[in-house]
Design a protein around this ligand. Structure first.
Ligand code: DX5
Ligand code: ZN
Length: 217
């Protein structure tokens, strides 16, 4: 039903060459970039924040940046991320007391809004927010690290959203690659994040093409 988009996660790439790794993924046919921000509080790991996004933006002026904000108190970084050049601000339901206000602030800042849930969070908690956001994110690993094993038992969450909310953009993130893309496609995901499978691929162009074909069928 919805447009299929492939968004590489550069988390497990050579981060000392961030811009060229991002460019390498775009040259391989990616539709957008999924940039993983971690704060050491919401998840037990650290990555990068808005200062890095600000440096990256001029190198990739036209690319859609989906900021996956794995941070506590996501309200805190909305303005900084917008100013740095973020296109979409995807926060976690579990990280805030007030998702509605967070969504409103993201929109007021002029970005698209995404809301995500961790594997242990039931999908129904998202019901009140679906009409307010541009995208929902279903995690298929515990957030914090790339290269983990795909949790196929999250697929009913995607199917639930597709069944009850029609044409919304549903993003799947964690352990997605050629071996797991069919399950994501069958459940109804249309925005496909893939990290280590693309970064480590001998032929990322072919891997993206293959995953796109599976989801589009
Ligand atoms: C996990 C991140 C994911 C992850 C994707 O916390 O949100 O975006 O890095 O990488 P792979 O595809 O290797 O699981
Ligand atoms: Zn992510």
């Amino acid at each position: 039903c919805c447009l299929v988009k492939i968004g590489p996660s550069i988390l497990n790439s050579d981060l000392s060459n961030l811009a060229s790794e991002c460019q390498r993924m775009m040259d391989a046919g990616a539709d957008y970039l999924h940039l993983d921000v971690m704060d050491g509080h919401f998840v037990p790991n650290l990555t990068f924040g808005h200062p890095v996004v600000k440096c990256l933006r001029p190198k990739l002026p036209d690319v859609f940046f989906d900021m996956h904000m794995m941070v506590a108190k996501p309200e805190q970084w909305i303005e900084e991320m917008q100013a740095a050049g973020a296109s979409q601000y995807t926060f976690h339901y579990e990280a805030t007391e007030d998702p509605k206000t967070c969504i409103r602030k993201i929109k007021e800042a002029g970005m698209k809004a995404g809301i995500g849930i961790k594997p242990k969070t039931p999908v129904e908690v998202l019901d009140p927010f679906i009409d307010l956001v541009d995208m929902v994110l279903i995690m298929t690993v515990e957030p914090g690290f790339g290269g983990q094993k795909f949790m196929g038992d999250m697929m009913p969450k995607i199917a639930y959203l597709r069944e009850h909310f029609g044409q919304i953009d549903i993003e799947v993130d964690g352990g997605v690659g050629p071996a797991t893309i069919q399950q994501c496609a069958d459940a109804g995901a249309n925005m496909i994040v893939s990290g280590s499978a693309l970064i480590n691929s001998e032929n990322p162009r072919e891997t993206i093409r293959y995953m796109r074909t599976v989801v589009e069928e």
